[in-house]
Design a protein around this ligand. Sequence first.
Ligand SMILES: Nc1ncnc2c1ncn2[C@@H]1O[C@H](COP(=O)(O)OP(=O)(O)OP(=O)(O)O)[C@@H](O)[C@H]1O
Length: 201
Amino acid sequence: MSVGLVATGLGARRGGRTVFADLSFSLHPGEALLVTGPNGVGKSTLIRLCAGLLQPAAGTLDYTATPDRPPVALLAEAAALDGELPLGEALRFWARLDGRADAIDRVATALAEVDLAALSTVPVRLLSTGQRRRAALARVVASGALLWLLDEPANGLDAAATARLEVLVERHLEQGGMAIVATHLPLRLPGMRTLALGGVA
Ligand SMILES: Nc1ncnc2c1ncn2[C@@H]1O[C@H](COP(=O)(O)OP(=O)(O)OP(=O)(O)O)[C@@H](O)[C@H]1O
């Protein structure tokens, strides 16, 4: 199979209820999929399935990555950064876990790219909502991962930060990356396709 993600007849159940069924899509290097739909329709569930944190109730999800990059980076609702650590340290902690030496080197650049360089010595717990979101994005950027899974990445971001997010995703795609972005806020991503979840009747 060529590099990419292929979902075929995907179904998800949570709490004993069907969230969605028979979802099929594919994603290849340079492509982004915007997942939209009303609250509770299953956007986060789809992101978690793609991250391997949930098992599909039906169908298959085949992912072929490249050996030169970490396969997946997830931006979920919680930033998952240690609140007591200075921001730069918290990001370097994850970069070490990502297991690639250059991820640690990329932390400072990623912080600058989300306009947080000035706050790298500030404990994460003191960051504002939007700053935490940008910090979580810096973690994804620093990872160098092939597939970005972004769950509501624009939540809490102001217009300038949203524009930076769009630029970072665009650059990721230009570098052969892929992105699945669950959002209820409008985002402009080049050549993106939209997967509108409609709920299960
Ligand atoms: N841990 C869980 N246990 C049981 N049901 C869950 C769990 N998490 C989510 N659900 C249910 O699964 C459905 C889909 O939730 P999900 O979070 O994927 O929706 P969403 O489209 O991301 O919503 P939102 O726009 O509000 O973020 C909802 O009905 C929700 O109540």
